[in-house]
Ligand binder design. Structure first.
Ligand code: F6P
Length: 335
């Protein structure tokens, strides 16, 4: 049987689900950029790409060299094709304008070019997360694209995905009708469909959270994690295992593969911030993928994809993965 490459899958989607040709082209270009990032990441110390820059991003985080390289790769790959009206990235304060010499298109691309980049120097998995939105009608306004065009709830996403650069490079993608997983075949140079029908099991005995922040958590989280840790002797009457890779892509990838619950609650370290993770280019795309695989995703109070964003780099608390546990921890917040 012939192998189904990403290109072939996208063409089939055009036939079966009317996926527009320009969206197909956009996904192909993002996938090509992810191959280039994968190549850079894999060079490690040999490519002189490890370590930090002397700069900080808009979040005040020190930028790794590979954060900046990955951002450049995504911008350069996507700016000329005529499928985008603008881009936004974790690594840039403001919306990126498509240079005037190139045609503009119907979509907006939002990304975290290299998620979990503190893992790079220790050779642990990192990834690229992306979300695609439609650009609202700007009614003849040819001026610069403002941040407001991007401020759409996650339910408006037309596609989302991530590439994970681990022992294998994989691309996980949703166009709103399920989740497909593609593995990079380095000999062919193509992403090949290897995971056809990805489903997050409804129940789980595994959770992921940075336990070192326990003393800063709010009461419902302390109670819930306390019950997980109590195991068979506690009210939940089963033992739970814990994993924390500290790269959202890698933790979410494990959950897509075998189930689990991922948590990054808001906490008392910076009480004015509603969490650590970013809504537009981390939580929303991952929530879309998880929901499309049958899982759930909330901020403890509401479905993440229903949140109306108010700024590009807005933060949010995240509970996502196997439905039963997401519902349980969300219900503790509501009590
Ligand atoms: O983007 C933020 C991020 O690197 C996520 O990928 C990851 O889940 C989290 O931060 C790790 O946080 P911490 O440093 O608290 O373990």
């Amino acid at each position: 049987m012939s192998r189904v490459t990403l290109s072939r899958y996208l063409i089939e989607q055009t036939r079966s689900h009317n996926t527009p040709a320009d969206l197909r082209f956009l996904i192909e270009v993002v996938a090509r950029a992810c191959k280039a990032i994968s190549h850079q990441v894999s060079k490690g110390a040999l490519g002189g790409v490890l370590g930090s820059m002397e700069t900080e991003n808009v979040q005040g985080e020190v930028q790794k060299k590979l954060d900046v390289i990955s951002n450049e790769i995504l911008l350069e790959a996507n700016e000329w094709g005529g499928h985008l009206a603008g881009m936004a990235s974790e690594e840039m304060d403001n919306a990126y304008q498509i240079p005037g010499r190139y045609p503009k298109g119907a979509y907006l691309l939002v990304f975290d070019p290299l998620d979990g980049s503190s893992n790079i120097d220790v050779n642990v998995s990192v990834g690229t997360i992306f979300s695609v939105l439609r650009c609202p009608d700007r009614k003849g306004d040819e001026g610069d694209l403002g941040e407001d065009a991007f401020l759409q709830p996650g339910t408006e996403q037309v596609a989302a995905g991530y590439a994970i650069y681990g022992p294998q490079t994989m691309l996980m993608l949703t166009l709103g009708n399920g989740v497909k997983g593609f593995t990079l075949d380095r000999e062919l140079g193509s992403f090949v469909l290897t995971h056809d029908n990805i489903k997050v099991p409804e129940t789980t005995q595994e959770f992921a959270i940075n336990m070192s922040n326990q003393r800063h958590w709010e009461e419902p989280v302390k109670r819930y994690v306390g019950e997980l840790l109590a195991g068979e002797e506690g009210p939940l009457k089963k033992n739970y295992n814990m994993r924390w890779i500290a790269a959202m892509v890698a933790d979410v990838h494990r959950i897509l593969t075998r189930g689990g619950l991922f948590m990054y609650p808001r906490d008392g370290r910076e009480p004015e911030k509603p969490g650590k993770l970013r809504l537009m280019y981390e939580a929303n795309p991952m929530s879309f993928i998880i929901e499309q695989a049958g899982g759930a995703s909330t901020n403890g109070e509401q479905r993440i994809m229903d949140i109306q964003p108010t700024s590009l780099h807005q933060r949010v608390a995240v509970y996502l993965g196997s439905k039963e546990e997401v519902e349980r921890v969300t219900s503790y917040h509501k009590k």
